[in-house]
Design a protein around this ligand. Structure first.
Ligand code: BGC
Length: 373
């Protein structure tokens, strides 16, 4: 059902795209942001009909700016990022990036496919995090402005070589970002491989609906349509248990602020130093998660066809990252809703599979939609 809804959205986007060519040129502005490893890095400014702006860069296929109005019409950027390429490359590795080949953790950097063992670099204690230190967040993707789209749209592509960060197979990956007039960022991912491999893709944007750099997110009201979540050990690797959220501080099936129960003495909040967990999405309704910030009235909705969402609330932010406008990103000043598969799925045959075979195409869509209420 979920796949059908998202396919219909995609068809609608493509249909309108075919009906309205030519319009897009001025809606996507492409500026040089810097160079990295001999490749040009761009800053792409996408402006929709409502006059709202997002900015992307092909360094890590990132979202670096999302400027949307509050309930009085005042616009502010709600996404973490940096004003210059130099600060982007020297800053937090993940802000707004596409994470691959395997978003989230792989226990001890080891997994097996058809009896062959693979090792990936350990960059998070004993585990691999977010595809390894030189994952897809850190490479320069090819950039194509989609000129025939009604909405401003940019396609980033990358060819990940066999054995990159230890993963088997040459993988062709593409992500199309479309910024609709309804203030939706539609992210369409496609992946194929020439050898059996594992793939788990997400976007790692950090949001603060007060405006990025304006205080913490503990007052943001969250709903996650998930009846269960994936408990982890102290290194944030799943035990294999799928635990019902009912009666726990992980029950966001009705609205709760992020801060309401975060200090409770609950094993998973202790391991995660707060929320840093994958929720098992019910995938029954159009919208999978919502974040509402009452002062500005900003509402963000998350829609995905993926089986899970990692809710991370910036427990490791400490104010040392200075972002847009010279603002420090302090403790718990941003939250992430990283759609995707569960952590360490390659080592959990009972979790939804992340295996990609030659001849198959991985396709997935996630939407971040912004409005006010
Ligand atoms: C992880 C956090 C990690 C963060 C890095 C999240 O996806 O779950 O543990 O610190 O990424 O930005």
């Amino acid at each position: 059902m979920k796949k059908i809804l998202l396919s219909l959205t995609l068809v609608a986007v493509i249909f309108t795209a075919c009906n309205h060519s030519s319009k897009t040129k001025e809606m996507v502005k492409k500026d040089v942001f810097g160079t990295h490893n001999g490749k040009e890095v761009y800053l792409l400014t996408l402006t929709n009909k409502a006059g709202n702006v997002i900015r992307l860069t092909n360094f890590g296929a990132r979202i670096t700016w999302i400027e949307v109005p509050d309930k009085t019409g005042k616009k502010d950027n709600v996404a973490f990022g940096y004003d210059t390429f130099e600060s982007t490359i020297n800053g937090d590795p993940y802000f707004g990036a596409v994470i691959g080949r395997y978003a989230n953790r792989i226990a001890k950097g080891k997994f097996t496919l058809d009896g062959v063992g693979y090792n990936t670099p350990l960059n998070d204690g004993p585990n691999t995090l977010h595809g390894g230190p030189a994952g897809w967040h850190s490479v320069v993707w090819n950039t194509e402005v989609l000129k025939d789209s009604k909405y401003p749209a940019v396609k980033f592509t990358y060819v990940s070589p066999d054995k990159e960060e230890g993963f088997p197979g040459t993988v062709n990956v593409a992500v199309v970002y479309t910024w609709t007039d309804n203030n939706e960022i539609v992210m369409d991912y496609t992946c194929s491989t020439d050898k059996k491999t594992v793939v788990n893709l997400t976007n790692h944007a950090y949001f603060n609906l007060h405006g990025a750099g304006n205080g913490d997110i503990l007052d943001h009201e969250l709903v996650i349509k998930a009846a269960s979540f994936v408990p982890v050990d102290s290194t944030l690797i799943p035990s294999g248990e799928i635990r019902p959220v009912a009666g726990t501080p992980f029950d966001f099936t009705t609205p709760h602020t992020v801060g309401e129960r975060i200090a409770e003495n609950y094993d998973q909040l202790v391991y995660g130093k707060g929320y840093d967990h994958t929720f098992v999405l019910d995938n029954k309704e159009e919208v999978d998660a919502t974040v509402y910030e009452p002062v500005s009235g900003r509402l963000m909705e998350v829609i995905t066809d993926q089986p899970g969402v990692q809710f991370y609330c910036g427990n490791f932010l400490d104010g040392s990252m200075i972002g847009h406008g010279g603002k420090p990103y302090i403790y718990r000043s941003g939250l992430c809703l990283e759609t995707g598969h569960y952590p360490d799925s390659p080592n959990h045959p009972d979790f939804p599979t992340t295996v990609l075979n030659p001849g198959e195409t991985f396709k997935s869509t996630t939407i971040y939609r912004f409005s006010v209420k």
